[in-house]
Design a protein around this ligand. Structure first.
Ligand code: ATP
Length: 670
């Protein structure tokens, strides 16, 4: 009986616990996850979403053109779509408000009266000021409430002259989150296989409209047109149209178009800054940016012209460095490898392991391992051994050959083109390593220039993407503000207009988050390299600043010496005249040399004018000698200058040009 009771109780409780313990486990697709957490991909609000959409499309366009070594030509258009036009696009009939009090921007009669009275008073004051010639303050913007939820829509189009995409891949490239072609170990702007899909998810969330893609690859005789949206729950593309059209113009590239909610007013300056900074770091690209408004006065057209045909080398796909792999990766590499033996595997699937080192490593792994052991037979346990050894063994650092930094030339050109500074210095560091990934830091520091605020203005680039958000936590900002002693380079941190440009390229940029907004300050290798690159620029600038200061001082000295020439010559000449008188009247005896000079004075060979000329010449000479002395001391080779001339080229025999100067000949081989 007691047992029955027990069973009874258990039954009862098991009924209850069935309710509360019923599995709540659910799965989410990556698309759903990013739709719900769109802020981590840079889609925080409509304004930021407009910015990030432009960014993602532009970066894809550049990656694509550069991958085929084509000088990029990118056209970005943001077209404002007013609500009525948007409604007609989606076939929604405009509807007048009926219950006006229902709306957030509803004004009571009293509030309306108050506002109108205030506006009337303001315009009266304005009229009075106008009549009395007084300057009017900025016209007060009447505070007509904008309804909460009143959305602004934009059609964003980005066209490039890049590689294009294979016809069959397009739906997955744009309609499946976490699919892309940039997952390998290679320096690219894109990485996650997310950006374009986020633009589509945002368009689906805000306007419900699909994305449209036109694309053609080199030598394809057709253009693919694809209209699709995304099935968020299943993370698969939902294709509306996928067809091939003629390609008479032999165009290659891609044109992507999305209609999204946005906010041009609040993000205008960010978007334009982004385009401008992109032009700085990519001076070999041509950008045409257009904003088309319903109010034509608000239209914007900016062309960032190409300034050079020199494009950085294409980044090369590289292999993993043994120190950067984890267990999972080792397992995947073993599964994917086409190599048969462990020796071949180690030698071929990693950088910086040659045959000898591979053999030594295998020897160190223990008796269970051998060079000819089938790599596919390596057990999970043995993988741990390999991993442990990879962590402890010494390997050469990976070289930076696979990277494609902007180059000092491009960086300098970009800074000069966009900022017109008074002075600029650039520096390109050698490749360094963090967690087995090579990276290169380049920097530029400028002084003065257009649109540059007083103090430190930071410009950050990662894999040649401008970073505009989360500046405070970034390694570049922290280094420039806290770890550089600007004073010691004769730069005034608060008064001077300082531009600090830092570009970092790597096979892995350690961004914080998927939004690619900033690089943290916690990787000491990167922080040290950034500091050293900025310092190198400052050292160059200091020598220029010192030189300029000394030149100014010298000029000042010359000017004050010259100022005394008339008085000095007057006084000296008076003395000479007096001496001549004394000599003539034999009141005083003079030495041989003096008599020769006094004769010259009486014969008017030495006059006030000739004295003046000689003194001016002397000041000039002293100035020149001081400059020369300074130049030799400081190793400045700019002064004095010597004329050189080109020998004319004999087309029949010479494959060189000689540059002749009185002291040297410089032969330029062609
Ligand atoms: N304009 C384009 N030209 C050629 N291919 C493109 C273009 N835009 C996108 N793609 C292809 O679509 C893929 C997915 O693009 P998406 O922007 O979603 O991700 P990603 O660029 O790979 O990485 P990330 O999310 O870091 O930007 C890219 O890897 C690329 O192969």
């Amino acid at each position: 009986m007691a047992g029955d009771d027990l069973v009874e109780t258990k039954k009862g409780s098991s009924k209850n616990s069935k309710d509360s313990n019923e599995s709540k486990l659910k799965q989410k697709s990556p698309a759903e996850f990013f739709a719900e957490n769109k802020n981590i991909a840079g889609f925080d609000n409509p304004g930021k979403s407009l910015y990030t959409t432009v960014r993602e499309l532009v970066e894809n366009a550049l990656d694509s053109a550069e991958s085929i070594s084509e000088l990029p030509e990118v056209e970005v258009t943001i077209e404002e779509i007013v609500k009525s036009k948007f409604n007609s696009m989606i076939g929604l009939i405009d509807r007048e408000r009926v219950d006006t009090q229902l709306y957030d921007d509803y004004e009571t009669e009293k509030a309306r009266g108050k506002r109108l009275a205030k506006e009337a008073r303001a315009s009266e004051i304005q009229a009075k000021n106008l009549a009395s010639g007084k300057k009017n303050k900025e016209p007060g913007v009447s505070k007509v409430l904008k309804a909460r939820g009143e959305a602004s829509y934009y059609k964003v189009t980005c066209k490039d002259n890049g590689k294009g995409m294979p016809h069959d891949d397009i739906p997955n490239m744009f309609g499946r989150v976490l699919s892309g072609t940039k997952y390998g170990l290679k320096q690219t702007r894109g990485k996650f296989g997310l950006g374009a899909k986020m633009a589509l998810i945002w368009s689906k969330m805000s306007t419900g409209l699909p994305i449209e893609i036109s694309s053609s690859m080199k030598s394809q005789n057709y253009v693919t047109f694809c209209r699709l949206d995304i099935d968020i729950h299943r993370n698969i593309p939902h294709i509306h149209l996928h067809e091939k059209k003629g390609n008479k113009e032999k165009w290659h590239g891609a044109e992507i178009q999305v209609v999204i909610e946005g906010n041009w007013t609040t993000y205008r300056s960010k978007i334009l800054h982004y385009m401008r900074q992109m032009a700085v770091i990519t001076p070999y690209a041509q950008f045409l940016f257009r904003f088309i408004s319903e109010t034509p006065e608000k239209n914007v057209t900016i062309k960032f012209t190409r300034r050079t045909d020199v494009m950085p080398p294409i980044p090369i796909e590289t292999k993993h460095h043994p120190s950067s792999v984890d267990l999972l990766l080792i397992k995947r590499l073993i599964t994917d490898t086409s190599k048969k033996t462990l020796l071949q595997f180690l030698q071929n699937e990693f950088v910086n392991i040659n045959k000898t080192l591979a053999a030594r490593l295998i020897g160190e792994m223990g008796p269970d391992f051998g060079p000819s052991m089938a790599v596919k037979s390596v057990t999970s346990q043995q993988m741990v051994r390999i991993h442990q050894l990879f962590r402890q063994a010494k390997f050469d650092d990976p070289s930076g050959d696979c990277l494609s930094p902007a180059g000092e030339y491009n960086l300098r050109l970009g800074i000069i083109k966009e900022l017109h500074p008074d002075m600029v210095a650039t520096y390109s560091g050698s490749a360094q390593v963090f967690e087995g990934h090579p990276f290169i830091v380049e920097a530029g520091v400028s002084l003065g220039g257009r649109d540059v605020k007083q103090g430190i203005n930071i410009f950050r680039f990662a894999n040649r993407i401008p970073l505009l958000f989360e500046q405070g936590a970034d390694v570049v900002t922290r280094t420039a503000l806290k770890r550089i002693n600007w004073n010691s380079y004769k730069i005034n941190q608060t008064q001077d207009k300082i531009g600090v440009f830092v570009s970092i390229v790597s096979t892995k940029i350690p961004f914080k988050g998927t939004g690619k907004e900033y690089i943290g300050d916690d990787i000491s290798e990167i922080a040290t390299a950034v500091k050293s690159a900025i310092q190198q620029c400052c050292i160059q600038l200091k020598s220029k600043i010192v030189k300029r200061l000394q030149a100014r001082e010298q000029q000042e000295r010359k000017r004050s010496l010259s100022r005394y020439i008339p008085d000095a010559t007057g006084a000296v000449y008076e003395v000479l005249k007096q001496m001549t008188e004394e000599h003539k009247t034999k009141r005083k005896r003079y030495g041989e040399e003096d008599i020769v000079m006094l004769d010259k004075v009486s014969k008017q060979i030495i006059t006030k004018e000739t004295l003046k000329e000689k003194l001016a010449e002397h000041v000039e000479q002293v100035d020149y000698e001081m400059a020369l002395e300074y130049a030799t001391q400081s190793g400045v080779s700019e002064e004095p200058r010597e004329n050189i001339y080109l020998q004319h080229l004999d087309p029949n025999k010479s494959n060189f040009i000689d540059l002749h100067s009185p002291t040297f000949v410089f032969r330029l081989m062609l």
